[in-house]
Design a protein around this ligand. Structure first.
Ligand code: SAM
Length: 134
């Protein structure tokens, strides 16, 4: 497995987790909008909360990078905040998601879900999207 995060703390937590799980991982401190992996390198990209953290002006570059590193027919799972949490720069509608991704990806499944925060009990709505690189 390969992983990237812009936060040293996140990379350090992931390193500890990989060690405890005895998983073979290559983790990189870096910007996911500037992926350095070769073309057609992965069969699967997992993104929980990264796309919605990318600044709007870097979104297209991020999406092009994910598409570039995936093999043709490779799968991309992405989860991001929903508009249902309120209006914000990184809260998306289903239409937004389709607009961003449909040029390079076939959307196989898109569903909205909710989880409840442990401590505050606050509900957080998000979309889970499974896509295939065209
Ligand atoms: C909502 S957290 C999700 C963390 C982890 N993926 C998980 O599921 O528990 C979003 C993560 O995206 C990282 N992030 C934000 N902008 C990034 C960027 N430009 N490149 C790489 N990682 C980024 C943050 O540091 C944070 O760890």
């Amino acid at each position: 497995m390969y992983g990237i995060d812009i936060s040293p703390t996140a990379v350090s937590i992931a390193q500890k987790r990989c060690k405890s799980e005895k998983a073979a991982c290559k983790l990189t401190l870096g910007n996911a909008a500037e992926l350095n992996y070769p073309d057609d390198f992965f069969t699967f990209v997992f993104d929980r909360g990264c796309f919605h953290s990318i600044k709007p002006e870097h979104r297209e570059k991020f999406i092009e990078g994910v598409h570039r590193v995936l093999k043709w027919n490779g799968k991309y799972f992405m989860s991001c905040f929903s508009w249902r949490n309120g209006d914000a720069w990184n809260h998306f509608t289903e239409k937004d998601i389709r607009r961003h991704f449909s040029a390079g990806f076939k959307i196989l499944e898109l569903k909205e879900d909710v989880f409840t925060m442990d401590v505050s009990g606050e509900k957080v709505y998000f979309y889970s999207v499974l896509m295939e690189a065209k």
